[in-house]
Design a protein around this ligand. Structure first.
Ligand code: NOJ
Length: 560
């Protein structure tokens, strides 16, 4: 397998709005990130992915960009960014920017011009269509509720927005748009950044027939996914971007790609494809979500193992995996697949182990390293996410679902679970801000915070540090071949990794009960060494047959 620095790195994702506020306005900012670089160095990560920091009216917290070459007012200035980049590089930390080019803000100058008239030179930067029978051009629903088309009176036409109506989709069919994107990417790379996370990058090519989508049971709109995901020209566009710009720099790229299987993903990340280094897939994130009934399904561990091992196998030797449990769009994993009450500490460590020992580049989302949990705000008014607010309107007000059911759905899945401020210490607002935070702090900040864990060698934080350190010390964790064992066990997630004469044995109990582990007969070894565990375990413990305690995890390095 080809080696690369981005395969050997651990990425830390920062949601700047909620990370650290340096000026007391209640909103995190770039100088706040600078203040915390030493903490990130202490954690041991290599790359920082910054969620969008560009100029934006913030209808979707920066995923609606109005100027790609400027910084959002609340976050600071370009001088602050340059300083951040300099200070990060000084510490050996790389910076990944979030590239959001499926759509812009409706306040971007391109769109302001585009909507003016049909013959404006920017008209074709966006996707305009005539209405049909006095209605939208087709029945597609947007990802943030409502129709995916917005009527614009000035020219009596509709524009497409796969997300909010303030996020019009760019028309990648137009070569000028592609050139603009290349220019933006080059501009940032020339500044010295180290790569990009590319927002919904597999949505940039749309099926130009724009057919109606299938309306799901109980739904109001048609499903656009088959016509906007992995579209007809997406690979052509990415190859062009790669050839013209990306390939000229030593950088890393990761594409956010909903609706991909390993077979589809390999076309984006295959080593011979010259497109991207890796993608974020969603199959393991969709496992417990019932989007029709808006409920949470119990975790089916056998299914989760099947999905994850399919990806491990599907990428090995041909591409590369990204490994994540959390990001700014997902609920907190310790509340989701773990147990955030009685076994908070054990389950957070177990989940980290299960992920970090797999093959791929691990991503840690801010606060995950201290076991931050989901939040339950009583009042819908305390939620900030546009998806929650629009969803409430559609599900409760229009469709008449009960308020209680929707609130439960939010508690389980809202993106705001991940967006409450980072919990630095037990002072007011968790040390995030001296002002009024833009979104409320999770009230458990007095118990869960960085200050409390930093000096405690048994804390979740220090456990993450050890996992990261182990990766640096053991090549097998990076490049070893993955093999799932005990695929049908409903309680234990166990797998091996193999490199030369070494084997890594990873054993994780996903339940709050004891679980019986038996080593498969075909695993033979000469000696064993316990690398890490979330319980006290003696190295000479029998591993052939033993009982794992609640959420126990162990990693052994075997000589075979
Ligand atoms: C995916 C991003 O992760 C999410 O936060 C955003 O709302 C959508 N793309 C639209 O940009």
């Amino acid at each position: 397998m080809k080696k690369a620095w981005w395969k050997e790195s651990v990425v830390y994702q920062i949601y700047p709005r909620s990370f650290k506020d340096s000026n007391g306005d209640g909103i995190g900012d770039l100088r706040g990130i600078i203040e915390k670089l030493d903490y990130l160095k202490f954690l041991g990560v290599d790359v920082l992915w910054l969620c969008p920091i560009y100029k934006s009216p913030n209808c979707d917290n920066g995923y609606d960009i109005s100027d790609y070459k400027d910084i959002m007012d609340e976050f600071g200035t370009m001088e602050d960014f340059d300083e951040l980049l300099f200070e990060a590089h000084k510490r050996g930390l790389k910076i990944l920017m979030d590239l959001v080019v499926n759509h812009t803000s409706d306040e971007h100058i391109w769109f302001i011009n585009s909507r003016k008239s049909k013959d404006n030179e920017y008209r074709d930067y966006y996707i305009w269509r005539k209405g049909k029978d006095g209605k939208e051009p087709n029945n597609w629903g947007s990802s943030f509720s409502g129709s995916a088309w917005e009527y614009d009176e000035a020219t009596d036409m509709y524009y497409l927005h796969c997300f909010a109506k303030k996020q019009p989709d760019l028309n990648w069919e137009n070569e000028k748009v592609r050139k603009e994107v290349q220019d933006i990417v080059k501009w940032w790379l020339d500044k010295g950044i180290d790569g990009f996370r590319m927002d919904v990058i597999n949505m940039i090519s749309k099926d130009q027939r724009f057919p109606d989508g299938i309306v799901p049971e109980g739904g109001l709109y048609g499903d656009m996914s088959p016509y906007v995901m992995n579209g007809p020209r997406v690979h052509e566009y990415l190859k062009e971007l790669n050839e013209k710009v990306l390939s000229k720099y030593d950088i890393m790229t990761v594409g956010e790609t909903p609706c991909v299987t390993p077979e589809i993903a390999i076309d984006y990340v295959g080593e011979d494809r010259n497109e991207l280094n890796m993608v974020f897939s969603f199959e393991h994130m969709d496992i417990d979500k019932d989007v029709i009934n808006l409920t949470k399904k119990p975790l089916d561990l056998v299914e989760l193992k099947k999905i994850m091992s399919k990806w491990q196998k599907g990428m090995s030797d041909r591409g590369w995996n990204s490994l994540y449990w959390n990001n700014h769009d997902q609920p907190r994993v310790v509340s989701r697949f773990g147990n955030d009450t009685e076994y908070w500490d054990k389950s957070a460590k177990m989940l980290a182990t299960c992920l970090h020992m797999q093959q791929g580049t691990p991503y840690i989302y801010q606060g995950e390293e201290i076991g931050m949990t989901n939040v339950r705000f009583q009042d819908i008014e305390d939620y900030r996410d546009i998806a929650v607010i629009n969803g409430y309107n559609e599900e409760v007000i229009i469709k008449g679902r009960s308020h209680e059911q929707y609130m439960q759905y939010i508690y389980d899945f809202s993106r705001d679970n991940a967006r409450t401020p980072m919990q630095w210490d037990d002072s007011d607002n968790g040390g995030f801000t001296t002002g009024k935070p833009w979104i409320k702090v999770n009230p458990n900040y007095t118990k869960i915070n960085v200050a409390k864990q930093i000096g405690d060698k048994d804390s979740i934080l220090n456990y993450y540090r050890r996992l990261i350190k182990l990766r640096k010390e053991n090549e097998i964790i990076i490049y070893g071949d993955f093999e799932l064992i005990l695929p049908d066990d409903k309680n234990i997630f166990s797998y091996t990794r193999k490199l030369n004469d070494e084997m890594l044995l990873v054993i994780c109990n996903f339940t709050s009960n004891n679980a019986e582990f038996s080593l498969p007969d075909n695993i033979n070894y000469v000696n064993k060494n316990l690398l890490i565990s979330n319980y006290d375990v003696a190295n000479d413990d029998n591993i052939e047959n033993f009982e794992l305690r609640a959420y126990e995890s162990r990693v052994y390095l075997l000589k075979v």
